[in-house]
Design a protein around this ligand. Structure first.
Ligand SMILES: Cc1cc2nc3c(=O)[nH]c(=O)nc-3n(C[C@H](O)[C@H](O)[C@H](O)COP(=O)(O)OP(=O)(O)OC[C@H]3O[C@@H](n4cnc5c(N)ncnc54)[C@H](O)[C@@H]3O)c2cc1C
Length: 424
């Protein structure tokens, strides 16, 4: 049995960041897949560069961005002013919907303004869940024309089951004043008004983090199946055993609970999965736009994005995202049928207009968006506390069972590395 001070379970952004900031080299990264990167992997196929899903980066902390870019060699990284739209009826309006209702037909604008002012549809008292929050903050028309159908397609669940704060800082809040002010002077700034993107795709950020990790300290194809909390031993599906002082996992929290055998209520943990189609066409489609949101329930996708409009390449290169409940069956036949529905939908909205599909790829992100509920927030905090007493820490978007960006993952991992360094 190998012994190591810090066993890092998962070689995505979180696990690799932890390894970057740990002092010394008494660590080992065990990654289940045959390559590093987790959800920040990139597929290069037939001249197209696709991420596992539309991955764009908004760094708030210049130190972190500098750290990554310095390790990316001569990779071209473009900073782009975002052009994101919402398809409403036959029109494209600016994102976010709630700040651009003046772009709707007059009758719809009047409905939105009336309901926003009188908050018809909002319940009494503070909102108890995500759906109530949408009604309470924006009124019935804004909620029902876009925010509810769009988020139902994305989360693939009843929004009344989600926490008021299910999207945290990623939700573009706006009050009546913001909305009316936007009628005259557009200020659609949001957490991601600009984004950066490396020419070689999201994997370039992983390569930057890999530069700070000793390759001899990484083992691929090692899926941990069990963690013995009393003995502090992790066992892989192939029976390899690793003794640790600390274990840092970025596997989905619910999987870590299963590995450790800690009792928990399964009903607390639900999530969606996202089927992503990457589609390459023979020629250019609409130019300029980076991504479009779709609330229309008749269309299978909730968002599509145009990679070709970031580096202005000459063939349309799309990612298309579809939300499903986590237990929805997605076998090969279901994926094939979904791809046909996607192509029909893209023709219906005139994004595909006689184009020939020349290359395609798909991936299922499972989990993609965890359902943040009061129960999950409380249970994760409590179980993390219990695990930490046994030297086990859970980090990352899925390890912390939350909604966050890769920058948040890096910040969280760096803070834990510093705490472990200080503990000696
Ligand atoms: C649809 C979608 C769009 C997104 N867009 C953006 C964006 O534009 N910008 C942005 O900043 N972020 C975005 N994100 C979030 C970003 O993908 C995540 O924050 C980030 O990739 C999480 O990294 P992680 O290392 O925490 O987890 P992961 O990437 O999930 O890595 C975990 C790793 O652990 C491994 N693993 C799991 N179980 C085991 C096991 N038992 N044994 C060993 N290894 C194991 C996995 O194989 C994986 O490699 C998006 C996410 C989704 C779903």
């Amino acid at each position: 049995m190998e012994r190591v001070k810090t066993l890092i379970l998962g070689g995505g952004v979180s696990g690799l960041s932890l390894a970057n900031w740990l002092d010394g080299d008494d660590y080992l990264v065990l990654e289940a897949e045959q390559e590093l990167g987790g959800y920040c992997r990139t597929v290069v196929q037939d001249g197209f560069v696709w991420d596992y899903s539309g991955h764009f980066f908004h760094f708030k902390d210049p130190e972190i961005e500098r750290y990554l870019v310095e390790r990316m060699g001569d990779q071209r990284v473009r900073t782009v002013v975002k052009d994101s739209r919402i398809r409403h009826g036959e029109a494209l309006i600016d994102f976010p919907f709630q700040k651009n209702i003046h772009q709707l037909p007059k009758e719809e604008l009047l409905d939105c303004l009336y309901d926003l002012y009188f908050k018809e549809g909002a319940g009494a008292g503070p909102p108890a869940n995500f759906e109530e929050m949408l009604y309470a903050k924006f009124g019935r028309s804004i909620a029902e024309k876009f925010l509810i159908p769009y988020n139902e397609k994305l989360y693939a669940c009843d929004l009344a089951t989600l926490d008021v704060d299910a999207m945290g800082r990623f939700f573009p809040y706006a009050d009546l004043g913001d909305i009316v002010r936007n009628f005259r002077a557009a200020d659609n700034a949001s957490y991601n008004a600009t984004f950066t993107y490396p020419e070689g795709g999201a994997i370039q950020y992983i390569r930057a983090l890999e530069a700070g990790v000793d390759p001899a300290r990484v083992r691929l194809g090692r899926r941990v199946a069990a963690v013995d909390l009393a003995e502090r031993v992790a066992t892989t599906v192939d029976g390899e055993r690793f003794a640790f002082e600390y274990l840092v996992s970025s596997a989905p929290f619910v999987r870590l609970l299963e590995m450790t055998g800690l009792p928990f209520d399964r009903a607390t943990y639900t999530w969606n999965k996202v089927l992503v189609f990457n589609l390459g066409f023979d020629r250019k489609g609409p130019s300029g736009i980076h991504w479009i949101y779709f609330a229309d329930r008749a269309l299978p996708f909730y968002r599509i994005g145009f990679y070709d409009n970031i580096f202005d390449t000459d063939r349309m290169s799309l990612y298309v995202e579809l939300g499903y409940p986590h237990d929805a069956p997605l076998d090969a036949a279901a994926v094939e049928a979904a791809r046909e529905r996607v192509l029909a939908g893209l023709r219906a909205v005139s994004v595909v207009d006689g184009h020939e599909l020349v290359s395609h790829h798909h991936v299922v992100l499972d989990p993609a968006y965890v359902h943040i509920t009061r129960g999950s927030v409380a249970d994760v905090a409590e179980k993390k506390r219990v695990l930490a007493l046994r030297g086990v820490h859970s980090i990352g978007r899925y390890g912390s069972w939350t909604y966050c960006s890769i920058e948040d993952n890096i910040i969280e991992a760096r803070a834990l590395a510093r705490a472990l360094n200080a503990a000696g």
